[in-house]
Design a protein around this ligand. Structure first.
Ligand code: GDP
Length: 519
């Protein structure tokens, strides 16, 4: 085995997907507490009285207590190197999450035991399903009254089509959490809580006889339920199964099992295919795929960091690689592994790892970097915007800064800039998946470019991808407006479904396609 293949086989590149408030930050912190943290890249954000962590660099993020930007953290467990990539929880940033999920090889779906599968969890699950990303399910907050375990497994099956395979099962109803049945060993693990969950909970192991003597019906029920649910999983194909764990992230219960499971069951760095569908094997020369671009992380230096996932080969700081989209050389002298305010220079990295490339003005989400043999990975398709506004600078003397700022936010994928022939460049249309993206735009325009923004509402809510031939006809219609995205694709904007339907019925030859990748 070559060193690259060996290093790649140790990597587990994962993201946690969940609805806001399910406990993702708490779980991320708990994972770091258990594992040997190698570097911090701001994957966790402090809440609920815990110390703030590095992703809190963005003022708006702090004010709202949500994670808007994504970064990664790397840590080691049992010889494996886990790259935990952060995803924003709020649905308004689902396009960002979609891009992040293109960089991971598996996902942890975190579910609140009282709430089950919530809307945002399902949206993100669908993205994982479309990308074929395997999922580990964690039922969190078992220390609080919630739903019945079997009921949650039914919902999981019905709504995701996945067959749950219990790895642990709770002893005691939610809210009366005595401990966990470890399905593989058949033993019970009883947890001793530590105050506030600030350190790792200590564990006793009880034999089945001891567990039954102490917990009676609660133990036998756990045992029987896990067996019933597990029987179905034994018959299902591996791809249809989701391993399931129960726990309470806030008390550090079940976290160790999750780490062990990530090491034993989550895929190692997966071989990536290029835009023609050909594999780039892990031991080919270096290649990487940009999934996120972020500026303004360090207020002292107005720089732009591109986050890339390594797909093949060894990365060494200082190497000169090729930027596939421009054909130009790209120097990696400023590669960093640590993002947020806390940065460290990265010297080498392997498939599955995430690198932050500083001063990466030419890189955009979806771009490829490679060494020696050329490769281009598939681009990331933009989401269908659903909210549209016109942006104006309230200070006409700062028009140049306005243009530059809007262009940069478009390149980063913060918002989609839509050019319309009907309107000038002074008042571009901005398209967003969620309205909070506009707040990010206004906030960053003001802070980074010193340009206060005013908004004009637009009546549109639907976008359809169209082509040049259809535009000839559509441009004459009053019921829609044609705009062009910065990648050259054309969209027709409609104010409601009816107008679209009528137009389609009268002009069946027109291309009006629902954009793919829409959440
Ligand atoms: P996020 O929005 O998904 O990142 O959720 P947080 O990690 O911020 O958690 C949301 C709330 O749930 C916080 O008040 C946490 O303390 C609480 N929480 C997280 N995990 C647990 C758990 O296992 N049990 C209980 N009772 N509360 C939890």
């Amino acid at each position: 085995m070559t060193e690259v293949v060996e290093q790649a086989s140790r990597r587990r590149t994962i993201a946690v997907i969940s609805h806001p408030d399910a406990g993702k930050s708490t779980l991320s912190e708990a994972l770091l507490l258990h594992a040997n943290r190698i570097t911090t890249a701001g994957a966790v954000h402090g809440k609920g009285g815990r110390a703030a962590t590095v992703t809190d660099w963005m003022e708006m993020e702090k004010a709202r207590g949500i994670s808007i930007t994504s970064a990664a953290v790397q840590f080691e467990h049992e010889g494996a190197i886990i790259n935990l990539v952060d995803t924003p929880g709020h649905s308004d940033f689902s396009e960002d999450t979609y891009r992040v999920l293109s960089a991971v090889d598996s996902a942890v779906m975190l579910v609140d035991a009282a709430k089950g599968l919530e809307a945002q969890t399902m949206k993100l699950f669908d993205v994982c399903r479309r990308r074929g990303i395997p999922i580990i399910t964690v039922i969190n907050k078992w220390d609080r009254p919630g739903r019945d375990a079997l009921d949650l497994m039914d919902e999981l099956r019905d709504r995701t089509g996945l067959v749950p395979q219990p790895i642990t099962w709770p002893v005691g109803l939610s809210g009366v959490f005595h401990g966990l049945l470890n399905v593989a060993s058949g033993h019970m693990e009883r947890y001793h809580r530590t105050p506030g969950g600030a350190t790792i909970a200590s564990i006793d192991t009880l034999t089945p006889a001891e567990a039954e003597a102490e917990f009676g019906d609660d133990w036998t029920t756990a045992h029987d339920e896990a067996a019933i649910v597990g029987a179905d999983a034994a018959e299902a194909s591996a791809a249809a199964v989701t391993p399931v764990l129960f726990g309470a992230a806030v008390l550090n219960i079940g976290v160790r099992h999750l780490l062990d499971l990530i090491v034993s069951a989550a895929p190692a760095a997966v071989v990536r295919v290029d835009e023609k569908g050909t594999e780039r094997s892990l031991d080919e020369p270096f290649s990487a795929y940009v999934f996120k671009v972020q500026s303004g992380m360090d207020p002292a230096h107005r720089d732009r960091v591109a986050f890339a996932r390594i797909c093949s080969g060894r990365f060494e700081r200082g190497m000169i690689v090729t930027h596939a989209q421009s054909g130009r050389p790209f120097a990696t002298r400023y590669a960093q592994q640590v993002f947020g305010q806390d940065r460290a220079t990265l010297e080498e990295a392997w498939p599955g790892d995430i690198v932050g490339l500083v001063n990466a003005a030419s890189l955009r989400p979806g771009h490829t970097l490679y060494e020696e043999r050329p490769v281009t990975f598939p681009p990331i398709e933009p989401f269908a915007p659903e909210h549209f506004r016109i942006a104006r600078s309230t200070e006409s003397s700062r028009y140049k800064q306005f243009r530059r700022g809007i262009e940069q936010l478009d390149e980063e994928g913060v918002v989609q800039v839509l050019r319309s022939e009907r309107r000038g460049d002074r008042e571009p249309i901005l398209g967003a998946v969620g309205p909070m993206q506009f707040e990010v735009v206004a906030d960053r325009m003001e802070r980074e470019f010193r340009v206060p923004i005013a908004w004009d509402a637009l009546p549109y809510s639907i976008a359809r991808v169209t082509d040049r031939a259809s535009v000839e006809v559509l441009a004459r219609k009053r019921e829609c407006e044609i705009v062009e995205r910065s990648d050259g694709s054309l969209l027709a904007l409609f104010s409601n479904e009816w107008r679209l339907l009528i137009l389609q019925r009268e002009n069946p030859e027109l291309m009006l396609q629902a954009p793919t990748g829409a959440g």
